[in-house]
Design a binder for this molecule. Structure first.
Ligand code: GTP
Ligand code: ZN
Length: 356
């Protein structure tokens, strides 16, 4: 169902990515925000002429800045508000928000945490940063003032609601794994990412062999050796082609849902020695920010409620089942490691329960 609030979230995301200010309202209050990513002295002076904006960051980032113990952290997902000391200008704020810069510009400090004016609004702000693909860090002001977009916490929750997805079009698409394939594109009204399904072979009443493939530009297109995505994609297509029938879902959830730029930041942190799990956490994101209800909704639209799932990731099985799809069988998909992805695969095995 198309609603105005979906448009509000789309406008807020667009504004944040352009460095414009937004107002975010939740039941516990409203805050004005400008993304620290991309902010400079001029845009900051425009948003905050009196130098009063505090800095909103994730709890994980606050931990790295030694702010973790200053507030009763009953909720590890609760953001932290850092008091704006006079020496915190746009450049210092950038260093506060971006962990990739920690080695290059050791942080000054000391930082002091302040009580959050509207915790629900602050939490929604971090969710919005992930949807916008920016670092979860903002300049925050209370009170009224001019902004480019207004959004509610509810609109942010509704924005990527998978039930809004619908089939946009379908066409025959012979691929190298099978000449008998059909591509189906899915769209939702306000969210621009278009997911696709490739159905291979003829539906025969048995549960199809399914692969949920999350977009990986570096692996799928450039042949990156840092992950296993490219080879897994091709192996999956061949396994599906060998089955009576099957479906590859190509999900636009780049970087396990944090977006390309944030994934590349995670890669820069891996260059500094952090593993894939710690890199995500230090950036202020969940270890895996994907929403498997998108895949479940696509299967639902294809009238599929039982699947044989190609994966090593037990969370994909539980995620799909929680979203109403029965996984009758898990089929492992194991490929040889290379020297560049050995550690990544070991981290998946040891820290995220992948059965490799
Ligand atoms: N944030 C982040 N994302 C990564 C990293 N390496 C790969 N990815 C993303 O991880 C996703 C690939 O995961 P998948 O292969 O679908 O799933 P999986 O959890 O490994 O489970 P399998 O089904 O067993 O392969 C893609 O969206 C990649 O862009 C990384 O270091 N950091
Ligand atoms: Zn990859």
């Amino acid at each position: 169902m198309r609603t105005g609030i979906g448009r509000d979230a789309a406008r807020a995301i667009d504004a944040l990515r352009r460095g414009w200010a937004i107002r975010l309202a939740a039941p516990d209050g409203a805050i004005r925000l400008m993304a620290i990513e991309g902010a400079d002295a001029v845009t900051l002076a425009d948003f905050d002429p009196h130098g009063r904006a505090d800095i909103l960051i994730s709890a994980a980032r606050a931990e790295t800045l030694k702010l973790g113990n200053q507030l009763a952290a009953a909720d590890p997902d609760m953001p932290v508000l850092v008091e704006r000391a006079p020496w915190i200008d746009a450049d210092v704020a950038t260093a506060i928000s971006d962990p990739v810069l920690d080695l290059a510009s050791p942080l000054k400090g000391p930082f002091r945490a302040r009580t959050l004016p509207a915790p629900q609004a602050a939490k929604a702000a971090l969710r919005l940063a992930r949807l916008a693909g920016i670092l979860p860090a903002y300049f925050l002001l209370k009170g009224d003032g001019s902004v480019e977009a207004e959004v509610s916490a509810d609109a942010i929750s509704a924005y990527d609601d998978a039930t809004n997805l619908a089939i946009a079009t379908r066409a025959r698409l012979p691929v190298s794994a099978s000449e008998s394939a059909e591509i189906i594109a899915f769209r939702s009204p306000d969210e621009p990412r278009e997911h696709v399904a490739l159905i291979v072979g003829k539906r025969d009443g048995s549960p199809p062999v399914i692969r949920l493939h999350s977009e990986c530009l570096t692996g799928d297109v450039l042949g990156s050796l840092k992950c296993d995505c490219g080879p897994q994609l091709h192996e999956a297509l061949h396994r599906i082609a060998d089955a009576p029938w099957g479906i590859l879902l190509y999900l636009r959830q780049e970087g396990r849902g944090i977006g390309l730029v944030n994934k590349l930041r995670a890669y820069a942190m891996q260059d500094q020695g952090f593993d894939t799990v710690d890199a995500n956490v230090r950036l202020g994101f969940a270890i895996d920010a994907r929403d498997f209800s998108v895949a479940a909704r696509m299967l639902d639209l294809l009238a599929v409620d039982q699947v044989r799932l190609l994966t090593n990731n037990p969370n994909k099985v539980t995620g799909l089942e929680a979203a109403g799809i029965k996984v009758t069988e898990r089929l492992p998909i194991i490929l040889a490691a290379n020297p560049h992805n050995e550690r990544y695969l070991a981290t998946k095995r040891d820290r995220t329960g992948h059965q490799l």
